[in-house]
Design a binder for this molecule. Structure first.
Ligand code: SAH
Length: 347
């Protein structure tokens, strides 16, 4: 961190801030004050850091910049809110707030675009544009927190992008969120979602962050998975589930398999048989998500409610633990897979 280039505070640890403030001739204890203002109270603008002397606020104001420019908040009839943020290079990303009973879950993006190219997901239509920085990831949660007025209860890294392909920045953002001088988030309330590879899941385990894991499987055999998730290396469907099982066993955290149900693609009884075999005895919960239609693939449809329920029942009969999910935020295009349509990627 240099002091001649504006720096986003949302990505700084207390140590980063200490080094930075020392170069400005400030006492070291100011670092914690700035960190707490940013991470705990979501104060991004130095001018609003009322715990600091006015002169320092003014000085910081000319040296630092936010990572995100809030552009728009759209609220759905069901309370779901979608936040559109501008980045310094003109790209855009989105985060979503999903209120549900006592829960406020924030869905955060980790990349602009996505290389996984899941056929049913809008985020991957233009491939990967770039990784988000730690500050760009961390600040999404701080901004939503400031909007909400209280600390959200849960965070899911299920927005645009593949978190495990941007792991250093994702790890740093999670460490900021769980810092006791910051939001003090419990890692049990954070879920990292991946459509990626077994080795990356093992790498996440090694980091010992203690977060939950969701595996976007969508298929129970290699052939179907290669068709639905073409950006993922082929031939590793079972190895991915095994890596999930290792993660569950060694971390003690929840592991879920996400499975988007698409009519005629992966919703046959034989698919349920194969999926049940994959998760059997592995303490992995299955989350079935009927496809949410996306404009770039009008040919893909959700199965009927009857077929979706039959698929879920079939899995249960075979001993799997299963939830059939309902969609939120569809009217504002904030439902799963709808983030980052054209305008979010361009400009
Ligand atoms: N790349 C990571 C993070 C993105 S979240 C991953 O793939 O896990 C991806 C999740 O969004 C999928 O597991 C699925 O649950 C959901 N999703 C994406 N597109 C969808 C669609 N069109 N309908 C329903 N769910 C979708």
């Amino acid at each position: 961190m240099s002091n001649d280039e504006p720096t986003p505070l949302a990505g700084c640890t207390v140590e980063d801030l200490r080094a930075f403030l020392t170069t400005l001739g400030e006492p070291a204890y100011r670092a914690k004050q700035v960190f707490q203002a940013v991470q705990q109270r979501g104060v991004i603008d130095a001018a609003d850091m009322t715990t600091l002397p006015l002169a320092l606020r003014e000085r910081l104001g000319s040296l630092v910049r936010p990572a995100l420019q809030p552009l728009e908040v759209q609220t759905s009839a069901d309370g779901t809110a979608k936040f559109l943020f501008g980045l310094a290079d003109g790209k855009r990303v989105e985060a979503v707030l999903i209120p549900e009973n006592e829960r406020n879950t924030v869905c955060v993006s980790t990349q602009v675009g996505c290389p996984m190219a899941c056929v049913f997901c809008a985020s991957g239509v233009k491939g990967l544009i770039r990784n988000l920085t730690t500050a760009e990831i961390a600040e999404q949660l701080l901004r939503v927190r400031a909007h909400l007025g209280v600390r959200p209860t849960n965070v899911v890294l299920m927005g645009m992008g593949e978190p495990l392909l941007n792991l250093p920045a994702v790890e740093a953002a999670i460490r900021l969120w769980i810092d006791r001088d910051g939001l003090g988030f419990s890692p049990r309330r954070i879920t990292v979602s991946t459509a990626g590879t077994p080795s990356k899941v093992d790498r996440l385990l090694e980091l010992e962050l203690g977060v939950n894991l969701a595996i976007s499987l969508h298929a129970a055999d290699d052939e179907t998975r290669a068709r639905l998730v073409p950006g993922s290396p082929p031939g590793r469907t079972e190895a991915l589930v095994e890596a999930g099982a290792r993660y569950a066993r060694k971390s003690g955290r929840d592991v879920t398999v996400e499975y988007v149900l698409i009519a005629g693609e992966n919703d046959a009884p034989e698919d349920a048989d194969a999926l049940a075999r994959l998760v059997a005895g592995r303490h992995i919960h299955v989350n079935l998500i009927p496809l949410n239609p996306v404009s770039h693939r009008p040919d893909l449809l959700a199965p009927s409610g009857r077929v979706a329920n039959a698929f879920a029942d079939h899995l249960r009969d075979l001993g799997a633990s299963v939830t059939l999910r309902t969609q939120r935020g569809e009217d504002i295009a904030a439902a799963c897979g709808q983030l980052a349509l054209e305008r979010a990627l361009t400009e």
